[in-house]
Design a binder for this molecule. Sequence first.
Ligand SMILES: Cc1cc2nc3c(=O)[nH]c(=O)nc-3n(C[C@H](O)[C@H](O)[C@H](O)COP(=O)(O)O)c2cc1C
Length: 219
Amino acid sequence: MTSGAIRELVSGGKQRMGVLEAIRTRRSIGKVAAKRPPREAIEEIIEAATWAPNHRLTEPWRFFVLAGDARREFGEVMAARRREEGDAEAAAKTAAKPLRAPVVIAVAVEPVVGPKVVEIEEVTAGAAAVQNMLLAAHALGLGAIWRTGAPTYDPAVKAFFGLGPSAHLLGFVYLGYPDTIVPQRARRPVAEVTRWLGWTEVGNGGDEAVVTPIRATDV
Ligand SMILES: Cc1cc2nc3c(=O)[nH]c(=O)nc-3n(C[C@H](O)[C@H](O)[C@H](O)COP(=O)(O)O)c2cc1C
């Protein structure tokens, strides 16, 4: 099924959304309907994740799709620590968390170990993959939010997914049909967060710079 067909299936939308528009208009949406989006849409979202940049092509990301009763089981695993601590109220609250959306995708990174592989780069590649997921969901007309919290860093939660101690859980992407007005959020202006170094205006913005030639095979 093509992306256009999936978008139409999900949201009835025929209109394509440009990348810049998707980036600007995407918002974290936590309130979604109970109806589960089609599997094709979830596959499209995960495929978008796998196109994220990753150094040395390690593709360190792993995805775990939770739907139906698997969300309940996962909720219990997340709540186990609270239950052990004797906090029944907090445990019940935590256990119910994955039920806030019909689909929850846990995203993890299993860093490749190698002489040239830098672990933080494996994690940052995973973060890029999650952003691709959020953008793909938005472009398809779905609501999504990246959630973390203490269970993200709980070894028992990692073990539930069969992940070893060296893996990093990056969080959980909650997905569904939006059931809320898209929240308004602001960002600091570019000028406030950017320093320009060596940028001189000579022509009309398309000035030539010295670049070192590289071979087509260099990455
Ligand atoms: C690593 C990470 C963890 C996050 N964890 C949570 C979370 O646990 N709960 C939550 O409501 N939002 C979480 N968010 C979403 C942020 O709250 C949200 O991106 C921020 O408020 C900006 O809103 P926007 O995404 O609509 O622009 C997380 C975002 C990131 C990048």
